[in-house]
Design a protein around this ligand. Structure first.
Ligand code: ADP
Ligand code: MG
Length: 443
């Protein structure tokens, strides 16, 4: 059977290809399985990558369907037999792809490293865990699950650990992917009948880094596919790293079995930076831009922009650009002026906590009552108003708002917003309360 395959391939391939890749192989039939023995890893990888499909077709054809699977192994039929050198017939084996190439096929950004990641209380544990994983992929913790609000450094850490794994092992295969991209790739594979290839790609990596898994919510087919990918990698002890904007159990719309697996390894959070860390990050980014930031300006910006590190960076870039454009040095006066709009917008952002506090005061209640499970009418209506205001005035999602109201479900928030909308049309008192609250919150 193998001889037939070999003969056939001899006609199909160039003699260099044939001599290099097919001739060194030996074969053994094992039931419905054909074992192909390659003299070394290099020949194995190459033949598997380029000829597996054709070989399988040929085997199936010549065996009239009796052979249904091929496995590739390194070895020979006779242990003592000299190994036929496969690729030494080339002057030199094809060069291994260099780090840049491997990085780009892994979707990794070279700028996101541990060196450029400033450590602070808020990210200390997440950083330490990521470094551990980078040094011991697959064996330290699996999976690593990093969660925290937007712009706090989750993506940066994932890239940093991926970069270390790639650089320290020339054979390591790493893939970083946003969960939405995973979904898109899967759909593309389904459309083009390439789902098997898709599965194989993701199940054969040494480290799979999936960012923002909350976007898997509600996408059942993707979750199913990811579930199997997860299991395959987990069982073969390959590293999985996941991130999300919240704790795994709190990701709404995610299957239970995924949530529970996400918690199997180590779960760490990244919190908003404290003032000192913000200032350190500003200095670090400034020096990357080749600019020296005066201490008072760094503290001023760090104190005023509390929301996240992405916005902190945005403010810094604005300062630097303005200073280069006008030729003026970055002083306090300059910073206050250049960041006027940014800071005004920052101050205007209403937070859910602020809304809760304002609504509670307005109705002469305690904030804790609004968050409690109590359902009396005197509490339920103000609570619904506060939820509706949160939806209208902040950028938070329904699940986030539900969370902020004592861990309520997003459907409760949705119901509240609809209820208040219809009441505002039918009940003048509700309309007046709502308008008053809007005015207070927007002033
Ligand atoms: P997330 O994925 O949590 O939304 P990112 O990782 O995209 O956040 O971080 C947003 C920006 O802030 C990036 O440019 C990143 O380099 C920067 N950043 C976040 N944390 C740090 C840190 N500790 N030190 C330096 N830069 C940071
Ligand atoms: Mg991110």
């Amino acid at each position: 059977l193998w001889d037939q395959c070999v003969k056939q391939l001899k006609g199909e391939l160039t003699s260099a290809e044939f001599n290099t890749w097919i001739l060194p192989l030996q074969a053994r039939v094992d039931g419905r399985l054909m074992r192909l023995l390659a003299p070394n890893r290099f020949v194995l990888d190459w033949t598997q990558k380029h000829y597996e499909r054709r070989l399988l077709d040929l085997c199936a054809e010549f065996s009239e369907g009796a052979i249904a699977q091929i496995v590739f192994e390194v070895g020979g039929l006779d242990k003592e037999a000299p190994i036929i050198p496969g690729y030494s017939r080339f002057e030199t084996p094809p060069p291994a792809p260099d780090l840049d190439e491997r990085r780009s096929s892994a979707n990794l950004n070279a700028d996101f490293t541990f060196d450029t990641f400033v450590e602070g209380k808020s990210n200390q544990i997440a950083r330490a865990a990521s470094m551990q994983i980078a040094q011991n992929p697959g064996t330290a913790y699996n999976p690593l699950f990093v969660y925290g609000g937007v712009g706090l450094g989750k993506t940066h850490l994932m890239h940093a650990l991926g970069n270390v794994i790639l650089a320290s092992n020339p054979n390591a295969r790493v893939v970083y992917l946003h969960s939405e991209r995973f979904v898109a790739e899967m759909i593309k594979a389904l459309q083009h009948n390439r789902i098997e290839e898709f599965k194989k790609t993701y199940r054969s990596v040494n480290a799979l880094l999936i960012d923002d898994v909350q976007f898997f919510a509600g996408k059942e087919r993707s979750q199913e596919e990811f579930f199997h990918t997860f299991n395959a990698l987990f069982e073969s002890r390959q590293q999985i790293v996941l991130s999300s904007d919240r704790f795994p159990k709190e990701v709404v719309g995610l299957e239970e079995r995924l949530k529970s697996r996400f918690g199997w390894g180590l779960t760490v959070s990244i919190d908003p930076p404290d003032l000192e860390t913000s200032v350190a990050i500003l200095h670090c980014k400034a020096s990357q831009l080749g600019v020296e930031l005066p201490e008072d300006v760094a503290f001023f910006v760090g104190k005023r922009i509390r929301s996240n590190i992405r916005e902190l960076e945005g403010a810094l870039r604005r300062l630097v650009a303005n200073s280069q454009f006008t030729g003026k040095p970055i002083t306090m006066e300059f910073a206050k002026h250049a960041l006027k709009d940014v800071l005004a917008a920052q101050d205007k952002q209403v937070s859910i906590e602020n809304i809760q506090k304002t609504v509670a005061e307005y109705f002469k209640l305690r904030t804790s009552d609004l968050l409690s499970a109590k359902r009396s009418r005197s509490l339920a209506r103000p609570r619904q108003i506060a939820m509706a205001l949160s939806k209208e005035l902040t950028k938070h999602s329904l699940p986030e708002i539900g969370n902020a109201f004592g861990g309520r479900d997003h459907t409760t928030v949705l119901h509240a917003t609809r209820k208040i909308k219809s009441l505002r049309e039918s009940d003048a008192a509700v309309e007046e309360d709502y308008k008053n609250l809007l005015r207070i919150l927007n002033s």
